[in-house]
Structures are given as structure tokens and as C-alpha cells.
Ligand binder design. Structure first.
Ligand code: C2E
Ligand code: CA
Ligand code: CA
Ligand code: CA
Length: 280
């Protein structure tokens, strides 16, 4: 894709393609960065390797703004990336870069239970993505059972059939899938029924005040009930304080993620060693 391809296909004029251009520039000049956040077991059973602390991580993309020397958060550029068909490139960059990072740091790969990577519902429409992911898994040697893809429930999942095929094909390879931001949309239960997700991630908006908001607490309880009925791994994000963590433990939620446990940080911080990953 070039600047001209994008501006020509955009009838609204050049002003609105600012982000598309910054994204293309970011891809060309390697300005994307990997951040990570720990996901900790709340009630999840210990791993096969007993006695070892269990930890998962979610990877999160950032765009480096060299002019202002700051990172740009994905909420700022992902909507434009989805609109201008650049999200597929970003997601591929993340898959390749994250798996390459862990294949170069085998001690970290050994220590971590699972690595989550976010995929846009727009990206998974690409019929070549399964082959791309399979190839990167082979090249890097990262065990597929250490990899989970998070897909946000959104109306962008326009074709349930092809989404299901995408998940089925990668399930055969051994990776798992989580339905992200569960409960935020209109069709949450429909996605859960139609698509073979392994885990559901309750939308953080409902979690971050369950210690104060009884409506959200009741909602979260019913989501957990459904998740358990359907045998899904349950993850809660936006765990911001101890009271929330304790409620989630009492409700039997498997995994928790949020500022209370760990704030997202550049992946390079892990170079300090496995101890950092396992510290609580
Ligand atoms: P998400 O997948 O739901 O990720 C969780 C977001 O919540 C992250 O924001 C994380 O930094 C933030 N967060 C974590 N703990 C807390 C907490 O305790 N409280 C609050 N208020 N927020 C917390 P981030 O990194 O800005 O990402 C925003 C969204 O952008 C993600 O939401 C995800 O949908 C998307 N995204 C991130 N990386 C990628 C990617 O590589 N590809 C795609 N397609 N989307 C991505
Ligand atoms: Ca996510
Ligand atoms: Ca989420
Ligand atoms: Ca989100």
C-alpha cells in the first residue's frame, strides 16, 4: 500500500488519513513496540510443573512517536488501522515479533504459561493469516500450546463461518483463543455460542468497580455462571485493587489482570530475567 492508494480510496480527502500515514510510516521504519502485562492465577490450578509460580502475559502494541518521544496507545490508532486495512499488517508484525522475542529468550518462554496476542476481527478475515501464523510458529519453535489469541467481540466479526474456520484451523495446530471484552457488545452470548473460544475475558468496565457497583457485580456473577457452564477459562481484566481481586477469587475466576498486579511495560524489561516475571 502506498500513500496514493489510501488517499485515492478515501473520498473524504487527505486530512483524515493522518493516522493511516503514521501507521504506514511506523511499519516501514519499525516504530511499533511490544508491551506486556502479567496475567496472574486467582483460582487457576497449578501447572504441570508444581511448585513453580504460574504466570501468563498479554502482549499489547504501542507506536513510538519519535517526535514527541512518547508511546502512542492503540486506542488512538487501531480504529484508523481497521478502517484503512492496515490492522492486518500490525497484527502480523506483533505475531512475528512476539514469537521471535520468546524464541530468542528461551528461559522466559519456559517460565511463562501462556502468551496472549490480540487479533482484530478485521485481521482474521485474511484467508492467508492461518498460514502466516503456522509458519511463524514453525520458524520460531514456540510451542503452540503456549500461545493464545484474543479476539474482541465486535460487529466486525461479520462472517461467523469464516471466523469459526479460522479458530478451528489454529485449534488443530494447538493454539487457544479467548473472547475479549466479553459482555460489552450486544451479541456476547451469540459469539460464545457460535465460536469455539477456550476462554472468555470479562470486559474490564464491569470489573473495575465490582467492589462498589452491585449491578456490575450481579452482571459479572452471571457471566461467570455462563462461562463455567460452558467450561470456559475465565479471565478478569482491570483488577485495580485488592477488594476486587478478593471478590473474583470468591467467585472462582481463574485468572486476573490489572494495575493491582502489574502495569503494562516494554517487553525489554523482561530481559532483567525470569525473576521479574515470577515476582508478585
Ligand atoms: P484489551 O485487549 O482489552 O487490553 C486491555 C487494555 O486495558 C490495555 O490497554 C491495558 O493497558 C489496559 N489495562 C490493563 N490493566 C488495566 C487496569 O487495571 N485498569 C484499566 N483501566 N486499564 C487497564 P491498551 O494497551 O491501551 O490497549 C487497548 C486495546 O487496544 C486493547 O484492549 C486491544 O483491544 C487493542 N490492542 C492492543 N494491542 C493490540 C494488538 O497488537 N492488535 C490488536 N488488533 N489490538 C490490540
Ligand atoms: Ca486483549
Ligand atoms: Ca479486554
Ligand atoms: Ca478493550
Amino acid at each position: 500500500l502506498t500513500y496514493d492508494d489510501i488517499t485515492q480510496s478515501n473520498p473524504e480527502g487527505r486530512g483524515k488519513v493522518k493516522w493511516a500515514i503514521r501507521i504506514m510510516d511506523g511499519l516501514k521504519r519499525e516504530k511499533f513496540r511490544i508491551f506486556f502485562q502479567k496475567v496472574v492465577p486467582l483460582t487457576a490450578p497449578a501447572g504441570a510443573d508444581k511448585g513453580r509460580p504460574l504466570v501468563r502475559i498479554e502482549t499489547l502494541v504501542r507506536l513510538w512517536d519519535s517526535q514527541k518521544s512518547r508511546v502512542i496507545f492503540p486506542d488512538e490508532f487501531i480504529p484508523s488501522a481497521e478502517r484503512y486495512n492496515l490492522i492486518g499488517e500490525i497484527d502480523r508484525w506483533m505475531v512475528a515479533s512476539v514469537l521471535q522475542y520468546f524464541s530468542a529468550h528461551v528461559d522466559l518462554l519456559d517460565a511463562v504459561d501462556k502468551i496472549s496476542i490480540n487479533l482484530s476481527a478485521v485481521s482474521i478475515r485474511d484467508p492467508q493469516l492461518v498460514n502466516f501464523i503456522t509458519k511463524i510458529l514453525q520458524e520460531t519453535g514456540v510451542p503452540p500450546n503456549k500461545v493464545s489469541f484474543e479476539i474482541t467481540e465486535t460487529e466486525a466479526i461479520i462472517n461467523m463461518g469464516s471466523a469459526k474456520q479460522f479458530i478451528d484451523e489454529l485449534h488443530r495446530v494447538g493454539v487457544s483463543f479467548a473472547l475479549d471484552d466479553f459482555g460489552s457488545g450486544f451479541c456476547s452470548f451469540n459469539y460464545l455460542r457460535e465460536l469455539p473460544f477456550d476462554a472468555l475475558k470479562i470486559d474490564g468496565v464491569f470489573i473495575k468497580d465490582i467492589d462498589k457497583n452491585t449491578t456490575h457485580l450481579e452482571l459479572v456473577k452471571s457471566i461467570i455462571d455462563v462461562g463455567k457452564q460452558l467450561d470456559k477459562v475465565i479471565v478478569a481484566e482491570f483488577v485495580e485493587n485488592q477488594a476486587i481481586a478478593e471478590i473474583l477469587i470468591s467467585l472462582g475466576v481463574g485468572w486476573g489482570q490489572g494495575y493491582f498486579f502489574h502495569k503494562p511495560a516494554p517487553i525489554e524489561e523482561l530481559q532483567q530475567g525470569v525473576a521479574l516475571l515470577l515476582a508478585s
